[in-house]
Design a protein around this ligand. Structure first.
Ligand code: FA5
Length: 335
């Protein structure tokens, strides 16, 4: 037992020594002292131990957990005293040399809009576990929905996240309810590439959990984001969708701005670009995040930031955004 706990503490020390961002520390916190952590499991196992083992190990496990909590909060304090760099502050609009990537500009714009509505910006890992990418999102193994997002599995048993929705679970675990977060980030799918499909693209996740949250609130947020990004009313189309983690689910398409909705190769001649997946958070997901689904409801959305950048800057082929062609990419300015 002593050795096991020592190993956990060493592993925590190692993990903390390699991170500098608050979100990473919070992820470590949930991994090492959260509900599913090894130390928590040891604590739970105490109740089934013999009386003499309980006496022997009870204070060791409890004190070790306290020590680990302290290590994590010291690291957070250390970071806080060093700087207050956030996603927002790290971007400098007054660059004289170089330029911002169009996706960076759009990501910053959307997070700014959401921040004004009271959302906190968080971020999660690109290398993710099946639990956070699928299982906790109500997508058990062998569920057909796993095939909707062709996944890159890694040799170490992890995967490259297929969606930013993993942040929903991390956020609920880290902050509980009520909650209002957004999480921009890179996502990966083993897709066939075409004018509007990449295998590496960006999304921004949003999640609101509170008492009495409704679909009207979700639609208001979506419309406000689009109106502010495009500085005009954008024609949208709402369709019923299917995501195991929301019920009901919707997909929102926007009128293709490359062809003005007439139909072109970018929108596959449909006049619309699929932009957002969204819906009311499924009770099983709230449960997985440790939130009482009788007391709270929530909505969540995932906006395709790469496609948003395409529409904003009238880029007719998504592949140029990952091309690294600086002469092409540097022409885009903050509008
Ligand atoms: C999702 O990824 C869900 N996680 C969205 C969600 C979040 C639903 C929260 C409910 C609640 P979907 O696979 O439809 O859903 O992707 C969301 C958006 O990401 C799409 O509308 C599109 O704008 C963008 N997207 C998806 N696949 C690609 C791709 N291969 N290339 C570029 N953008 C993509």
């Amino acid at each position: 037992m002593e050795e096991k706990i020592l190993k956990i503490k060493e592993s925590l020390n190692d993990a903390l020594s390699n991170v500098e961002k608050e979100a990473d520390i919070l992820n470590i916190k949930s991994e090492y002292i959260g509900k599913k952590s090894e130390i928590q499991q040891l604590l739970t196992s105490l109740k089934d131990m013999k009386v003499e083992d309980k006496r022997k190990y009870g204070s060791l496990i409890n004190n070790s957990k306290k020590e680990m909590e302290e290590l994590i909060s010291n690291k957070l304090e250390e970071l806080d005293s060093k700087s207050n760099i956030s996603f927002d502050d790290s971007l400098d609009y007054d660059l004289e040399i170089g330029s911002l990537h169009p996706i960076t500009i759009v990501a910053k714009e959307v997070t700014d809009i959401l921040k004004r509505m009271g959302f906190t910006v968080v971020s999660g890992p690109e290398m993710e576990s099946e639990y956070y990418n699928f299982e906790a999102l109500n997508i058990p193994k062998d569920h057909p929905a796993r095939d909707m997002q062709d996944t890159y599995y890694l040799d170490n048993g992890m995967l490259l996240r297929t969606q930013t929705s993993d942040n929903q679970i991390h956020a609920m675990e880290n902050y509980g309810a009520p909650l209002r977060i957004c999480a921009p980030g890179r996502t990966f799918r083993n897709e066939d590439l075409d004018a509007n499909h990449e295998n590496t693209f960006f999304q921004i996740e949003g999640m609101v959990i509170d008492k009495g949250v409704s679909i009207e609130n979700l639609m208001y947020v979506m419309q406000s984001v689009l109106r502010e990004v495009f500085k005009s009313e954008i024609k949208v189309r709402l369709r019923p969708g299917f995501f195991p983690f929301t019920e009901p689910s919707y997909e929102m398409d926007m009128s293709c701005l490359i062809c003005g909705g007439k139909g072109c190769p970018t929108c596959k001649h449909s006049g619309y670009i699929e932009l957002v997946g969204c819906g009311m958070v499924h009770p099983n997901v709230l449960k997985a995040g440790g939130i009482d689904s009788e007391e709270y409801t929530g909505f969540a959305f995932g906006i395709g930031l790469t496609r948003l950048a395409m529409m904003k800057y009238k880029i007719n082929d998504i592949r140029v955004l990952n091309s690294g062609d600086i002469r092409y990419l540097e022409q885009f300015k903050v509008q």
